[in-house]
Each structure stands twice: as structure tokens, then as C-alpha cells.
Write a protein that binds this ligand. Structure first.
Ligand code: ADE
Length: 477
């Protein structure tokens, strides 16, 4: 195992100059870039993020014009790069029609209010006026302008303006503009906005186009690096795939689960695509030990993160944002009828910008039921488990809701061990008799009320993940 050397992202090219006009409710953009060289029989799109094809090393640069050869499926395109004359495959979310807003540096498309706040607040240098424009969350047409501002205590925060569009033009804060660029220029002149915020690279759901369906990966393509963590069933290493992409490799300890069971589960997990769920890229299952190749999360597991210095800096609004991301990830699992069985801060991973994702979904059942494990109960995390899961093995979305309530307690106490001072076996008995964890001073009252709704004795009476998402989405201090 050596040092891994994944390549740095390639440089970006200068932006294209664009004009905007109002058309039927949405703003359309007319590119002034030359279209002379394009073959009109095939659609030409613009590359909006740098992308490097791992198998061939071919590079697509932001601003390149790409002629579509064919749509491979609903996520990948085969294209001719008109700038380099190379043919390659690129994810669809890396390109856009040249006449859409997506090409603009400041346009963030379907970004929620909370995501806009997270993005603006996590820019490398915070300056008043950093801004972005996104689709409005609650209006069918129209946009929102989100801007970084600071108050008299010099604390940064984000303000949002609704942008309505009608036949008169573009309306922001009761002023009318004929084009979006006119509105942006006027806001710039008045000092309300300055620079667009840095657009994040879209998420890669597959390592490359060939591994979308074929997810048995070759061990030789993985260069293992430092140990990131070790549990009862697996070690996790940082790794580099084909010298191009950083990944995490979960190396299962021999005989911890049956390979057949794992592969069946992995084929289901591979189809789960949600920003709140850790992406599974593939497996190496031909020989032992089995590898699970997953997305690398720079800040490791949430429990350790909360307990260290970085975690201590998190504000209540950051914790609320993390609570939303996890409940919406759980909502997605629920919609696919998957029960996690082991939701806890140790099974949540943290990337940059306070992005959090649920890991190990689907794995807990295999670990609990594996044939080498005589004692079923030995793997259950009692402090996180609903009574019916402990006593009757009734694992449902509602038992996941119970665990989510315990997870909230870990989150809002910066990693406190649940039921402090009470032993595992004692917890089971006391909870069965109606005892519930008390409220630490640091936890806000309304968040504690929500935890109690997760811990109703009857599973049916517990709050749902969609209600939890709504509650935290609307939460303000
Ligand atoms: N520790 C366990 N899994 C990890 C991952 N996917 N990324 C970073 N650290 C981890």
C-alpha cells in the first residue's frame, strides 16, 4: 500500500459571453459564441464542468462545445468534442444546451434554499455580495437570488430575493428589469451582489460509463492508501481508482457476510441514488476478502467529526441542515422499502461543506443474519434500537425512526454517548418500562419534542421521515 496519487482537477477555461431575453415565464439565454463550425444535423451542447474520462484519460474542459453522437442511457452521452476533435463519454449533468441558464457561472438550477445557504457559507473566502441564482422552490416559474450578507455583529448570513417573471419583465423587490443580466448588473452597481459563488462539481454516480451496469471492479485498478477506519466487520482504506478518482474501499473481514448475500444486496444498493446516501461504485467479489468500493468522504464519520475541533465549530443551523440531509436520505430508503437497521452517527459520513450521507444501508441485515454469527443479539446496538426490534426482531421504517431520534441526540449534543451513565442491558429494561432519555441543556426544546415523537412506544404513532424533513427544513432559531 503506497501513497495514492489521484490527479488534480484540470484547469477551467474562460466563461462564454451571454445575453438574456425573457421568454414565456423563464429567462432564456442566447449565446454569442460562434456556431459556424457545428454540424447542424447533430445537437451541440456545452461542457459546464471539467471532466476526465478515466479509461482513456480524455479531458473535457468547461466551455468546450460537444456534439452529441448518441445518448447511451438516461445518464451518459457519447460526444465529439469539437474543440479537441476527440470522441468520448460524459455524464449528462456535466453538459447543457448552449441556450439555457445552466451555462451561467451564477446559475445553480434546482438548489434548495438550505443548499444555497450551505454553499454560500462554505465558500473559501466569505465576502459580502457573493451570490447565486436558482429555481424557486415553491413557484412553478421564477427564480430566487441568494446573497451572502453580514449583519452589524459582522456575522455572515444569507438573504434570499424572489425573482418573478411576467410579460413586463423580471421583478425583484418591486423593481422591473427587462433581462436577468440587466437585473444582475443593477444589483452589482448598487453593491448588493458582487461575484458569483463557486459552482460545485456535480456528483458522479458511476466511476465511468462502463461501470454503470458492470459493477464488478478489478482489484488491479485500485491503489490502496491510508487506513481510514476499522470496525468489527471491515477495514476502510482510502484508494485511488485507475489513477484518477479517490474512493474508499471497505475490505470485509473474511466470513463476516456470505458473498452471495452481499452481492444480492449490493445490486440493490447500487441503484440507490440520493444526495443523502453514500454512493456504492462497485465490488470486488471474485476472491476473498470482498471489497466494497464507495464514495470517499473527506471528513470521515460524523461521530468523530462532532467530537473533534471542526465539529465543535458547527452552529445550530449547521446541525439542523445535517438533520434534514439525513431524514431526506432515510425518506428515500423508505420509498424503496429498505430498512437501515443501524442508523447512528457512526454510520453517517461527512464530506466538505457539511455534506452528510448515510452509509452501510442494507448491510446491517446481512451482518445480523450471517451464518457465522450464532448470537444474533450480539450485533444489536441496543441504545439505538426500538424495543420491538430488540425483543421481536421487528425492523421497520418505524424502528429506523426510533434510531433517527437517538441519532438526533448524538447530533445536537456534539457526539454524546446516548443514555450517559446507563449500561446497555439496563437501557433495554428501563426503555421497555417507559423511560426515555432526558433533555441535555444544550438541546433546544422543540428538537427534544421531535426526539420524543421518534420514541413513541407504538411504532404507528411515531413521526414519519417526511414530517421530520419538513420540520427541520422549516426550522429557524
Ligand atoms: N470511513 C468509513 N467509510 C469512509 C468513507 N467512505 N470515506 C471516508 N472515511 C470513511
Amino acid at each position: 500500500m503506497g501513497n495514492i496519487c489521484c490527479q488534480d482537477p484540470i484547469q477551467t477555461s474562460p466563461p462564454i459571453i451571454i445575453e438574456h431575453t425573457v421568454k414565456a415565464g423563464r429567462v432564456s439565454i442566447v449565446s454569442t459564441a460562434s456556431t459556424a463550425i457545428k454540424d447542424s444535423s447533430r445537437r451541440v451542447v456545452s461542457c459546464i464542468y471539467d471532466y476526465r474520462e478515466a479509461r482513456s484519460g480524455k479531458k473535457f474542459r468547461k466551455g468546450d462545445s460537444l456534439q452529441i453522437y448518441n445518448e447511451i442511457d438516461d445518464e451518459w452521452l457519447k460526444v465529439l468534442n469539437l474543440s479537441t476533435k476527440q470522441i468520448g463519454c460524459i455524464p449528462k449533468n456535466y453538459v447543457t444546451e448552449e441556450t439555457t441558464n445552466e451555462i451561467q457561472e451564477w446559475f445553480l438550477g434546482h438548489t434548495s434554499r438550505r443548499e444555497a445557504e450551505r454553499l454560500l457559507m462554505s465558500q473559501e473566502t466569505l465576502t459580502k455580495g457573493l451570490f447565486l441564482i436558482r429555481y424557486s422552490e415553491n413557484k412553478e416559474t421564477g427564480y430566487a437570488l441568494s446573497v451572502l450578507d453580514f449583519d452589524d455583529k459582522d456575522d455572515f448570513h444569507v438573504v434570499h430575493f424572489q425573482i418573478a417573471i411576467n410579460q413586463n419583465g423580471i421583478l425583484i423587490d418591486s423593481s422591473v428589469y427587462s433581462t436577468l443580466s440587466e437585473a444582475i448588473n443593477s444589483y452589482k452597481r448598487n453593491g448588493i451582489i458582487s461575484k458569483p459563488c463557486q459552482k460545485p462539481q456535480p456528483h458522479l454516480w458511476d466511476l465511468d460509463v462502463s461501470h454503470k451496469k458492470q459493477w464488478e471492479l478489478s482489484r488491479e485498478d485500485l491503489q490502496l492508501g491510508e487506513l481510514l477506519g476499522e470496525g468489527n466487520f471491515a477495514k476502510v482504506h482510502l484508494a485511488c481508482w485507475k489513477n484518477s478518482t479517490k474512493v474508499a474501499v471497505k475490505i470485509l473481514k473474511e466470513q463476516s457476510v456470505s458473498t452471495d448475500g452481499l452481492l444480492a444486496e449490493a445490486s440493490i444498493m447500487k441503484q440507490f441514488r440520493h444526495p443523502g446516501l453514500l454512493t456504492l461504485y462497485g465490488v470486488c467479489s471474485q476472491t476473498e476478502p470482498v471489497y466494497l468500493v464507495v464514495e470517499y468522504m473527506t471528513n470521515g464519520d460524523l461521530l468523530n467529526y462532532l467530537r473533534n475541533d471542526d465539529g465543535n465549530k458547527l452552529k445550530l443551523s449547521d446541525l439542523v441542515d445535517m438533520a434534514v440531509q439525513i431524514s431526506s436520505g432515510m425518506q428515500h430508503l423508505e420509498s424503496k422499502n429498505l430498512v437501515h437497521r443501524d442508523l447512528a452517527a457512526r454510520n453517517v459520513l461527512v464530506a466538505n461543506n457539511n455534506i452528510v450521507k448515510i452509509s452501510d444501508f442494507g448491510l446491517a441485515r446481512l451482518l445480523q443474519e450471517n451464518r457465522y454469527n450464532d448470537n444474533f443479539t450480539s450485533n444489536i446496538a441496543y441504545k439505538w434500537s426500538a424495543p420491538e426490534a430488540i425483543f421481536f426482531r421487528e425492523f421497520t421504517t418505524k424502528s429506523d425512526v426510533w434510531s433517527y431520534g437517538i441519532f438526533l441526540m448524538e447530533l445536537f449534543t456534539y457526539g454524546m454517548m446516548p443514555y450517559p451513565g446507563i449500561r446497555n442491558d439496563e437501557v433495554i429494561r428501563r426503555v421497555r418500562d417507559g423511560y426515555r432519555m432526558e433533555k441535555p441543556d444544550i438541546v433546544p426544546d422543540d428538537v427534544y419534542n421531535i426526539m420524543q415523537m421518534c420514541w413513541k412506544e407504538k411504532p404507528k404513532e411515531r413521526i414519519s421521515f417526511s414530517e421530520l424533513t419538513n420540520f427541520f427544513n422549516e426550522y429557524s432559531e
